[in-house]
Design a protein around this ligand. Structure first.
Ligand SMILES: Nc1ncnc2c1ncn2[C@@H]1O[C@H](COP(=O)(O)OP(=O)(O)OP(=O)(O)O)[C@@H](O)[C@H]1O
Ligand SMILES: [Mg+2]
Length: 318
């Protein structure tokens, strides 16, 4: 396992309430896969991503749990030790590439700056490696485009530059939080293919965060479905898509349009996700679940493993 998260809790302590954004998450990410984390807006996906690199903004805090990156517990590392991992062994692909670049500095100079100052390369080595990475992410005419300012590149090219930046230190784990949301649909597919290739060709591990089940279906090897700060189901993508178990996963999958699916089979999601400062008792999904039983209103179901790869948090499967 490249990443092993145990009993992680991350809360935001506001003046009048506590937002339990991540609550008792257990997760194992094996090496060399695209691992999808999917869930509605506000389910805690970005908080999870930020917790992994320990960049939770105040008033947020990791309350408990461990995050093992190989044999290092990231929660326990000092800032100095963490800086050897963050932006180095673990890097991020941003949601909106334009905001991750300085608008007044040429793209190539921003990449050079990281390669020289963060990686300690000479100028000549840095320039060579930057062209290499830009070619890897299939940036058209890299020598010309690296001389441009961020606003002179299209969204897709800018995202390629951001991915090149994430690849500079030759990381082991790359976290991509909604990497295609800001892009046109036509460009989304190319960027997702590129992310897929990072795993297939370069043997990287990618955590891909999205609210879009269609993206997950096309790009990921494994999926964890998040609901209200918890994982409600996880497993291999084929198993999850062909036989979703949790009523929430079923609703998400059924919402993806497909030509071969009968319209009757659509199970629309009704209602809203709960507020994470006022989480319902019992199963967090029960107010929206058509299959809820009395126990679902009373007790929280455990995340139960059905076999070594598949787990579900639902009283229907206990
Ligand atoms: N800086 C913050 N201060 C207070 N509450 C926060 C902060 N950041 C996130 N939250 C709360 O934590 C919960 C989870 O938010 P998070 O951004 O992790 O969700 P998400 O799944 O990434 O959503 P989205 O799909 O909209 O990006 C939400 O209830 C949100 O309001
Ligand atoms: Mg988010």
């Amino acid at each position: 396992m490249i990443l092993k998260i145990c009993d992680l809790r991350v809360y935001y302590f506001l003046r009048d309430k506590v937002v339990r954004a991540i609550d008792k998450i257990d997760l194992e990410v094996p090496e060399g896969v695209v691992f999808g984390i999917v869930g509605e807006s506000g389910s805690g996906k970005s908080t999870l991503a930020h917790a992994i690199i320990r960049l939770i903004p105040p008033p947020g805090r990791i309350v408990s749990g461990s995050i093992f990156f190989r044999d290092l517990d990231l929660v326990k590392l000092s800032e100095k030790e963490l800086n050897k991992i963050r932006g180095n062994r673990i890097t991020m692909i941003p949601q909106d590439p334009i905001s991750s670049f300085n608008p007044t500095v040429r793209i190539g100079d921003q990449l050079l700056d990281v390669a020289i100052h963060k990686l300690g390369l000479s100028r000549r080595e840095a320039a060579k490696i930057i062209i290499e990475k830009l070619k890897l992410v299939r940036m058209p005419s890299p020598e010309i485009n690296m001389r441009k300012y961020p606003h002179e590149l299209s969204g897709g090219m800018l995202q390629r530059a951001a991915i090149a930046m994430a690849l500079l230190p030759d990381p082991d784990l790359i976290i991509a939080d909604e990497p295609t949301t800001a892009l046109d649909v036509t460009i989304q597919a190319a960027i997702l293919k590129l992310i897929r290739d990072l795993v297939d060709d370069l043997k990287k591990t990618v955590i891909l965060i999205t609210h879009n089940m269609g993206i997950v279906a096309e790009t990921c090897d494994k999926i964890a479905v998040m609901y209200a700060g918890q994982i409600v189901e996880l497993g291999d993508v084929y198993d999850m898509l062909s036989e979703p178990l949790h009523p929430y996963t079923r609703a998400l999958i059924m919402a993806v349009p497909r030509a071969d699916r009968e319209i009757e089979r659509l199970e629309p999601l009704v209602g809203e996700p709960p507020s994470l400062s006022d989480i319902p008792r019992g199963c967090r999904f029960h107010p929206r679940c058509r299959l809820a039983k009395p126990i679902c209103k009373r007790e929280e179901p455990p995340l139960r493993y059905l076999d070594s790869k598949r787990a579900v948090r639902c009283w229907l499967y206990v």
